[in-house]
Design a protein around this ligand. Structure first.
Ligand SMILES: C[S@@+](CC[C@H](N)C(=O)[O-])C[C@H]1O[C@@H](n2cnc3c(N)ncnc32)[C@H](O)[C@@H]1O
Length: 279
């Protein structure tokens, strides 16, 4: 709702020929606002700052995206256009996450997805979250469900630092275990297998499916996030089935859902897939 108001305000300020450039690209993480403003609309910067100061008094810093989300850590480049402090505390589902969006990946846009996954977790499950970031999936799962253990793996040392602090802050030390490193090194060394593996991958999770299949239990669930055009969905599903079969599993695709836009005509999709051993 707040995003819509700002957009409406800017539509009155923008030149006619620029109105279509006003994308829905405002996000408030704790008290830090992130805006994604195309170059042609930079003349609106001062209006945005004035509007936010007036209407969102709790916002202490505004970061303007100056480069796309990129690299292994999936962090965008930002220019500060208001305020100072970039570290903040985001709240979701009764959990608190300390983050600095200029150093680590975090988006409120996936909070509904995190709750959806947490509600699927049954009592006593052992869960693996690859690409755990500052810990939102593991911590929401640990708080909303009753898993026996949630293992989170993350490669960005800054994100791991926040992940550790967030585990303490949300009092889930006994349940969530953190590994710093590349999933390609860490996963093969993990002992035992998992009832559920969540793969909120930085780009396409496709290349990590084989790795996850090394650790899934017979009857376990995998949540595979991937980017695709709508017309590629069936092809992705067939690819998942083939990868599962090559590891001796039948893939039962229970649910596919779009959960975010990535680029024009490219969306983020999640596939919930049950792995059953082929006899
Ligand atoms: C799209 S973000 C998701 C973060 C988190 N799950 C969330 O929802 O906020 C992907 C994360 O994977 C991490 N990452 C990228 N490549 C990795 C790898 N090979 N092994 C472990 N983590 C990796 C990045 O640093 C980033 O924090």
């Amino acid at each position: 709702m707040q995003r819509m108001n700002l957009k409406k305000f800017l539509m009155n300020k923008a030149k006619k020929e620029h109105i279509q450039l006003l994308r829905r690209s405002f996000e408030i993480i704790g008290d830090v606002m992130i805006i994604d403003l195309p170059e042609e609309l930079e003349y609106l910067e001062k209006d945005i700052v004035d509007y936010v100061k007036e209407k969102h008094k709790h916002v202490k810093t505004i970061l303007k995206k100056s480069g796309e989300v990129r690299g292994e850590f999936r962090v965008a480049k930002y220019k500060k256009i208001f305020g100072g402090e970039t570290e903040t505390i985001a709240k979701e589902h009764g959990c608190r996450f300390k983050v600095d969006p200029s150093k680590v990946y975090y988006t409120v846009k996936l909070s509904g997805e995190r709750e959806r996954i947490a509600r699927l977790v049954r009592s006593g499950e052992r869960v693996l979250v690859m690409f755990a970031g500052v810990g939102p999936y593991p911590i929401v799962i640990a708080r909303l469900a009753k898993p026996s253990e949630v293992v989170g793996i993350e490669i960005n040392p800054e994100a791991v630092k926040y992940f550790q602090e967030n585990v303490r802050m949300n009092k889930v030390e006994g349940v969530v275990r953190i590994y710093q490193g590349d999933v390609r090194d860490v996963v093969p060394r993990l002992k035992g297998s998992f009832d559920r593996i969540v793969m909120p991958a930085p780009y396409n999770a496709d290349q990590f499916i084989d790795l996850a299949l090394l650790k899934i239990k017979d009857g376990g669930w995998m949540h595979i996030y991937t980017f695709a055009g709508e017309e590629e969905i069936d092809e992705k599903a067939r690819m998942i089935e083939r990868r599962f079969l090559s590891h001796g599993f039948k893939a039962e695709i229970g649910f596919v859902r779009e959960c975010g836009n990535f680029a024009p005509r490219v969306n983020r999709y999640v596939f919930d897939v049950r792995a059953s051993k082929v006899p």
